[in-house]
Each structure stands twice: as structure tokens, then as C-alpha cells.
Ligand binder design. Sequence first.
Ligand code: 9MG
Length: 280
Amino acid sequence: MLAQLQFPAVMGILNVTPDSFSDGGKYASLDLALEYARHMIDEGVDIIDIGGESTRPGAAPVTAAEELGRVVPLVRSLRQISNIPLSIDTSSPEVITAAAEAGANLINDVRALRREGALEAAAASCLPVCLMHMQGNPETMQMNPHYVDLIEDIKVFFEQRIAACLSVGIREEQLILDPGFGFGKTPEHNLRLVNRLSEFKILGRPLLVGLSRKSTIGKILESSLREKKQGLKQELLIGSVAGALIAVNNGASIVRVHDVAATVAALKVRKAVETEKADH
Ligand code: 9MG
């Protein structure tokens, strides 16, 4: 599946949780989720990332049974109506196995397959995997995140997780790496990661980045919004698209976003400019 993707690719977020990063679990029912997936496909999405566990800061864990009930019927139904690549946002071995059987094409694990049994389940599924860096866990990760050297610490983490994957038979070509914006990072850490993203390319794998509507974008925009007394929603969209574009310019191959149409449009403009450069 990775070989078929054209980079940069847009991964659209489809959360089927009662509470999610920012969509408030709007797509909690199967029909609504399917409708929203169709909408993202019309907007030009390249991959749909389906998540049944909230990973927002402070979120409590869910059981595998709850997660299975939320995501597997959706993967199965979507597979019947479209060939769009489907990513499953999970850390649970049971969900990895069931989603792969239902037709998922990619595992997106914010815990980088560190949960017991996840490495083995991912290896057995033969699917590509996105290994994301997170310091701590969603319940505690924003309580005073600290690094000796942000970029080096994350690189070492990636090297260890790549080695763990290789040890169970997951091939290096199946891996995508993600520095995990907002997962045990201060706003300053997040901005440094955007600036130094290309340093992770030395590991030889495509990079996935998720900045969309995260609190760092909100914080950057907060003061101007207070002055203008405006709502945050439109500004967050614009800020998120700007973040995605900068991330692609700095080396991201896949951007995980809420606002598919706007991101696709921004990347089209970028491509036209890049094409002109290549032609002359
Ligand atoms: C599930 N999820 C929420 N934020 C994410 C991010 O930044 N990257 C990846 N891979 N998954 C995320």
C-alpha cells in the first residue's frame, strides 16, 4: 500500500469516539461516519485514519471491546464502498488483528507498538505501520514534558522501535515515522520539531506529521483572536493548513488533517510551484 501512495499524501481524520481531539465525536454513529468518509473522498483525501480511542491530552483509556465495536464495523462498511486506503489508529493488538481482517491497509499507533502483543499482531497482519513518538501516555503526557535533547531523544526512540519491529519480522520498508506533535511536548518542542523535521530523514523512512487543530496552533493564534474577538474555528483551519504546508516543505510525506479540502488545495498550489521549478 505504501508503494502505491503518491507523496505528499493527505490523511483525513475520522474519529469515532465520544470525545476526540476537536470534532467532539460528531461521527459516533456508523451512518454519519460513512457519510463523512464519502465527503473526505470527494474532497480528495488519500488515506482515511479511523480511530476509536481518544488520544487527546488527559484522555482515559478505553477497553479493546469498546474500540472494536466502534471501528471494525466502519472499516468493513467502508471497504465495501471504496478502495481508499484505510488506516487504523489503534494501539490494541485485538483491534489491529480485527481491522486488518476487515480490510484496513495501515496501522497508525501513537504508542509505536509498545502495548503487549501489538508488535506480534502487527507482524501477523503484514500491514505497514506508522510508529509515533510519545513521551508518557495520554493521561499524563502534558505534565511537564522534558528532553535531554529533543531531536536526539526522538531519533533514539525511533531506532529502538525500528529494531523491535525488525525483530518480529516487520520489514523496514513497511515503516513510517512520526515525531508525535503534542504528545508529551510543549509548544516550543512542537515548533522545534517542525523546524528540524528533515533531521529524521536520516532514518530513511517516510515521515507522517499531525499538527491539525492541535493546541500549539491554537496558542499561536489565541492572542490575535482575543484582540479581534473572533471565534477560533476558521483561524484554526487556516493555521493548521499553514502548518501542514510547512511540514511538507520540511520533509513530511503524509499530513494527518481534519480539513481535507483546504489541505488538498494548499498542496496543489505547492505542487504547481514545485513543478515550475523542476521544469526550468
Ligand atoms: C491519532 N493521532 C492523533 N494525533 C496524531 C499524530 O500527530 N500522529 C499520528 N500518527 N496519529 C495521531
